[in-house]
Design a protein around this ligand. Structure first.
Ligand SMILES: [Zn+2]
Length: 387
């Protein structure tokens, strides 16, 4: 296996508190890193770096762990820019647009879905994402959801079954039958996923319905995550904590009790500022969650309706500008926080033994990620050590 020395790193965030400045981001200056095709082998000062088979000069650039995007709806057909335009002109999001994407996705061939999601995956990767979670949820029928789970499995191991995204048109008058279908036959056909997720919110599924689906997911061997409190507080965070979900995502509307519950749990709060941006909604306070001791992750929520975002740099910039996180906190949340939301400890940091997933920036300091929103700041992405 070829070893490679990455040297002359101006600023390196390792996310290892034992390294460098011993802050949560484990910052080193004038740093170097040795990787092989899979793992980090060595990290430390440039001046004491060991030899390696190959040498790569970062020329003073900043380096961060590869971004871990723990929440995407990457596989869908079509787009809904008309909805976005109308909403920006004053119409509020009421959660009804998903049905349009379901129609387009059901009608699309496997090849079309592969091609469209592949383009989006390419954008995520080019922006520094090295681990990505992908959800089903745009077919809402047994064969279609199984197809989406299979297509997602071609992209990532972090596949989430989201049959409980919304109640499809055919079941509007019999919600109970749809919940039964999701928790029964659909779950069996989607057992190959790693995760079960439910959109537990106003206009989607209530807490009791979500509990039925999540329990069925656990029985099928899945780990659990939950969309919650994006549109309203219907008690979904209590449910997520009760069922030890790895992550509760959105958390736009949370009261003090929910914050306390999260702080006392192993459930990560995943914030998705692309959704607030794209729906012109008030942003949740990342500051308040962090200060209370909640583990916070950041993700793109890439989807055609409420957050057609494929740039983690943009998400970081929003979290700093709008959610009160420091640059270090935002980058940590987009890397180690995302890993925590996927219950992974092999990614999201650059300690010895971690996966060799990293991003070399076109900037001398990591702060440029928030300081220069919209700029293309990724010079190179090493995923498992491979460019
Ligand atoms: Zn989502």
């Amino acid at each position: 296996m070829v070893s490679r020395l990455l040297t002359n790193i101006g600023e390196l965030l390792t996310n290892n508190v034992e390294l460098g400045d011993h802050s949560p981001v484990g910052r080193l200056r004038d740093a170097a890193l040795v990787v092989d095709d899979e793992r980090v082998l060595w990290v430390g000062d440039s001046s004491s770096a060991p030899d390696a088979d190959e040498r790569y000069d970062a020329r003073g650039a900043a380096v961060v762990p590869g971004f871990v995007d723990s929440h995407t709806h990457l596989i869908f057909a079509g787009e809904r820019s008309d909805e976005f335009e109308a909403r920006m002109a004053g119409r509020p999001y009421a959660g009804r647009g998903i049905a349009r994407t379901v129609e387009a996705t059901r009608a699309a061939s496997d090849e079309q879905l592969r091609q469209e999601s592949g383009t989006r995956l390419g954008a995520l990767r080019a922006g520094g994402v090295t681990t990505v979670e992908v959800k089903s949820g745009y077919s809402l029928d047994v064969a279609g959801e199984a197809r989406l789970v299979d297509l997602a499995s071609e992209i990532t191991d972090e596949v989430t079954f989201l049959g409980a995204h919304v109640v499809p048109r055919e079941f509007t008058h019999d919600r109970g039958a749809y919940v039964e279908l999701v928790a029964g036959e659909m779950m069996r056909r989607c057992a190959g996923a790693k995760w079960t997720d439910v959109f537990c919110d106003d206009g989607a599924f209530d807490v009791d319905e979500a509990r039925v689906v999540l329990n069925a997911g656990r029985a099928a061997g899945h780990e659990l995550r939950l969309h919650a409190n994006q549109l309203r507080d219907i008690g979904a965070i209590s449910l997520a904590v009760e069922l030890d979900c790895a992550s509760v995502d959105h958390c736009t509307y949370v009261d003090d009790e929910d914050v306390e519950r999260l702080a006392g749990s192993h459930t990560v709060a995943t914030l998705l500022p692309g959704a607030e941006f794209s729906t012109r909604s008030p942003y949740p306070s990342g500051r308040r969650l962090r200060d209370a001791g909640v583990t916070v992750a950041l993700a793109t929520d890439c989807n055609p309706g409420t957050s057609y975002v494929t740039s983690m740099s943009f998400v970081i910039a929003l979290a700093v500008r709008e959610m009160g996180l420091s640059v270090d906190e935002a980058v940590w949340s987009a890397t180690r926080g995302g890993a925590a939301a996927l219950r992974r400890d092999d990614v999201g940091h650059l300690s010895v033994g971690a996966r060799a997933d990293l991003v070399i920036l076109n900037a001398p300091r990591v702060a440029h990620l928030a300081y220069r929103p919209g700029a293309s700041l990724v010079r190179e992405v090493w995923r498992n050590g491979v460019e």
